[in-house]
Design a protein around this ligand. Structure first.
Ligand SMILES: Cc1cc2nc3c(=O)[nH]c(=O)nc-3n(C[C@H](O)[C@H](O)[C@H](O)COP(=O)(O)OP(=O)(O)OC[C@H]3O[C@@H](n4cnc5c(N)ncnc54)[C@H](O)[C@@H]3O)c2cc1C
Length: 397
């Protein structure tokens, strides 16, 4: 990992001023979203301090699978994901982080006609929105991706603008670039936040009043706002992943009927499955993967990619759990909640792939542009009752 001085990311010289001084911004959370926003704010001349209760990428961004694509049927989602892919490509490199281009296949089985219809519909809508996606059926799929078992596949979608990165590496790189652009990074610093006026409170009670606070604290964002007297319609939920020591060069694949995903990884294959549909406690959730998860997922992967030898339990070299965040409408909560008080959470397992674009939009909003109206966090009162909807890390919308 390069240090701040080595990172070849652009550092702008414009000094942004408000009331004759540099805009002071506190970013709470050095995950992929907070680090990106901090970088974009700092290079515009804002006086940025990033606080993290642990280390950089110690939340979901250090546990994510790193799958990225622009295969969203909704136009806004596709635009944001497309911008993010472009930025992954532009920022990645030998001195920053690796972004590996890799096609993304999502498929439904013959005995799952509803999901098959949904995929056909999604691909049609993606094509209307200018997303490079195509529909393939069994034989054509197996010609293109011989590693995949296709005899039980009804239909697959293929997204061309797709790839993967190591989320911890991306986040560390963007945090380093932010400090290179002048931001201050304070790790091991669990802060509280308050609106009106926007401020952070350090563990020793010291108050830092700023022009803007951005709470990008992942699964802890709802709790931090509740402590500040603000309700946010967001719930954390637990998901699991593993790495197995087997070789696969392509594709990345989401088996929608089998509810799991996999991608090539430097140490073999990285795979994970769906959502635990109950609220998790960020302080109390089990960070280890369940033994049944490992056994069950090995079987599902072997079914889809028969050449992978996963018979032995020790084929799985690592496994873990992490937290994602759900909202009532499955769209994120991104933008201003109170004057000078912003949040970014609720990414339904798609926060890493959107971080380069969401961070940039947040920075623009804090610097005075309009936010993304559809993601306005105040579209909910915050006290809504809602179920956590299945939202695997790779489920196309
Ligand atoms: C197993 C797994 C697989 C995933 N796979 C993918 C994938 O393939 N693609 C994808 O797009 N997304 C994926 N995700 C989702 C993705 O990880 C998240 O959406 C994304 O990382 C969210 O980034 P963030 O910056 O918002 O939050 P986080 O990365 O959680 O960062 C929040 C930070 O805030 C800090 N913090 C919290 N409270 C405080 C406080 N009081 N004071 C200071 N700091 C605080 C935390 O320490 C943490 O570092 C996956 C998630 C998991 C768990």
């Amino acid at each position: 990992m390069s240090g701040p001085d080595d990172v070849e990311l652009a550092v702008g010289a414009d000094a942004f001023t408000k009331d004759g001084r540099g805009l002071e911004v506190a970013v709470v959370g050095a995950g992929a979203v907070g680090a990106t926003a901090a970088y974009d704010l700092a290079r515009e001349g804002a006086d940025v301090t990033v606080y993290d209760r642990g280390s950089v990428a110690s939340g979901a961004s250090g546990r994510a699978a790193g799958i990225c694509y622009d295969a969203f049927a909704d136009g806004l989602d596709a635009e944001i994901a497309g911008d993010a892919i472009e930025r992954f490509r532009a920022l990645s490199g030998d001195d920053t982080f690796a972004f590996a281009e890799c096609p993304y296949v999502w498929l439904a089985r013959e005995d799952d006609p509803d999901r098959a219809d949904a995929i056909r519909d999604q691909v049609g809508r993606m094509q209307e929105n200018g997303v490079v996606a195509l529909e393939l059926e069994g034989d054509a799929l197996s010609d293109r991706f011989p590693a995949l078992r296709t005899d039980d596949v009804a239909v697959a979608g293929i997204a061309g603008a797709a790839g993967y990165a190591d989320p911890a590496e991306y986040t560390a790189c963007l945090a380093a670039a932010a400090t290179g652009a002048g931001a201050t990074l304070e790790t091991e610093m669990p802060v509280e936040v308050r609106p009106d006026p926007a401020r952070v409170i350090r563990p020793d009670g010291a108050v830092h009043e700023v022009d803007a606070v951005l709470v990008a604290a992942g699964a802890r964002t709802g709790g931090l706002l509740a402590d500040a007297g603000l309700e946010l319609a967001v719930k954390p939920y637990r998901v699991q992943a593993l790495v197995a020591d087997v070789d696969l060069s392509e594709p990345m694949c989401y088996d929608a009927s089998g509810d799991f995903y996999l991608r090539p990884h430097a140490e073999g294959v990285l795979a994970g499955d769906g959502t635990e549909e109950r609220e998790a406690d960020p302080d109390g959730y089990d960070r280890e993967a369940d033994p049944e998860f490992r056994t069950d997922l090995r079987e599902r992967i072997s079914h889809r990619v028969p050449a992978l030898d996963l018979a032995a339990e020790n084929a799985v070299t690592r496994s873990w759990a992490g937290l994602c965040t759900a909202t009532p409408d499955r769209d994120p909560l991104v933008g201003q909640v109170r004057d000078g008080f912003y949040v970014a959470t609720g990414f339904q397992g798609h926060g890493f792939m959107r971080a380069p674009a969401i961070g940039q939009r947040l920075a623009d909003e804090i610097l005075g542009s309009d936010g993304v109206a559809a993601f306005d966090p105040t579209r909910f009162d915050g006290d809504e009752e809602f179920e956590i909807a299945t939202g695997t890390t790779t489920e196309p919308n």
